[in-house]
Design a protein around this ligand. Structure first.
Ligand SMILES: C[S@@+](CC[C@H](N)C(=O)[O-])C[C@H]1O[C@@H](n2cnc3c(N)ncnc32)[C@H](O)[C@@H]1O
Length: 256
C-alpha cells in the first residue's frame, strides 16, 4: 500500500479500492457539514476582513442523503482502522447527532467530544441566536487498548498550573480560526479553502493518538492540514480529496 500520497477522488471509492483492511493507526476526518446553500457573506466586516459562508456543491445534501453518506464513509473508515486505533471527526452542532449515532451503530466507543472554542469567532449577523463560537472534534476508538500520549500532551499544553508547572490537556481547546501566514491564499488574497483547520488542532490530535512512524489518514484532506502536520511530526500519511483545486493546493503546501 502506498503512503505519503494524495489520492484524487471520492473517499469511499478510494478507501475501498486502495486501502487495506486494518492498516491505519489514526484517522482525522473533517467531512462536509452540509451547511452550504444560503450564500451568506459579509464584505464590509471590519474585525477580520471579508467573510463568506461555505457554499460548495460537495456540501449540499438532503437530510436522508447526509445520513446515508455518513454511514458509508464512516463504515469504510471502520474497515481500514487497525484494532484499537482512533478516529477524530470534526463537526458542528448541525451534524453532531448523525455522526455520534453512526459511530455507535458501527461499534465505535466515543472517548471525548472536544470543544474547539474559536477565540476569534465571527460576530453574529442575524442577532437572533447566541453567537456561534465553537465546533467539536469527536474522538472515538475501535477497541479498548487505544493510544493516548498523556505525558506528551502535558508537555505541549500552553495552559499551565498557577505555579507554572505542567497541566493536563482539557477537552476545551481555545484556538483561533486560521489566519495570517498559516492561511492559504490565492493571488487575490482570498482564502483558498473556506474550512482550513488550525495546525495546532492537528498537532494535538496526532500527538495524542499516534506514535512516530504510524500511518495517519484523512479522507477529506482539503488544503492538506493533516498531511502537513503528520509529516512534521514524523508520521506517514495518506490524504483523499475529491476537488482537483484543493489537491493542487495541498500538494504545494506539503512539498514546499
Ligand atoms: C471540511 S473540508 C476539509 C478541510 C481540511 N480539514 C483543511 O484543513 O483544509 C472537506 C473537504 O472534503 C472534500 N470532499 C467532499 N466530499 C468528498 C468526498 N466524497 N470524497 C473526498 N473528498 C471530499 C471537499 O472538497 C473539501 O475539501
Amino acid at each position: 500500500m502506498k503512503t505519503n500520497i494524495i489520492y484524487k477522488g471520492d473517499c469511499v471509492e478510494v478507501l475501498n479500492k486502495e486501502i487495506s483492511d486494518k492498516s491505519i493507526d489514526l484517522i482525522f476526518a473533517d467531512p462536509p457539514y452540509n451547511l452550504s446553500g444560503n450564500g451568506l457573506k459579509w464584505e464590509g466586516n471590519k474585525t477580520g476582513g471579508a467573510w463568506y459562508m461555505v457554499n460548495e456543491n460537495w456540501d449540499k445534501m438532503t437530510a436522508p442523503e447526509y445520513i446515508a453518506f455518513t454511514r458509508k464513509w464512516l463504515g469504510s473508515c471502520h474497515r481500514v482502522l487497525k484494532d484499537n486505533a482512533s478516529i477524530y471527526i470534526s463537526s458542528t452542532y448541525h451534524n453532531l447527532g448523525e455522526i455520534l449515532l453512526t459511530l455507535k451503530q458501527l461499534g465505535f466507543k466515543t472517548n471525548n467530544i472536544i470543544t474547539w472554542q474559536k477565540v476569534n469567532a465571527m460576530p453574529n449577523m442575524t442577532q437572533r441566536v447566541f453567537t456561534h463560537s465553537s465546533e467539536f472534534v469527536i474522538w472515538a476508538v475501535k477497541g479498548k487498548k487505544w493510544v493516548f500520549n498523556y505525558k506528551e500532551l502535558k508537555l505541549i499544553n500552553p495552559d499551565k498550573q498557577k505555579d507554572g508547572s505542567l497541566k493536563q490537556m482539557r477537552d476545551v481547546w481555545p484556538l483561533p480560526i486560521v489566519q495570517g501566514n498559516e492561511r492559504l491564499k490565492n493571488g487575490d488574497n482570498k482564502a483558498i479553502h473556506s474550512t482550513q483547520k488550525p495546525e495546532e488542532m492537528l498537532k494535538r490530535i496526532i500527538i495524542a493518538s499516534s506514535n512516530k512512524g504510524d500511518l495517519v489518514l484523512d479522507p477529506f484532506l482539503g488544503s492538506g492540514t493533516t498531511a502537513v502536520m503528520a509529516k512534521r511530526l514524523g508520521r506517514k500519511w495518506i490524504g483523499i480529496e475529491v476537488d482537483p483545486k484543493y489537491v493542487k493546493a495541498a500538494e504545494k503546501r506539503i512539498y514546499v
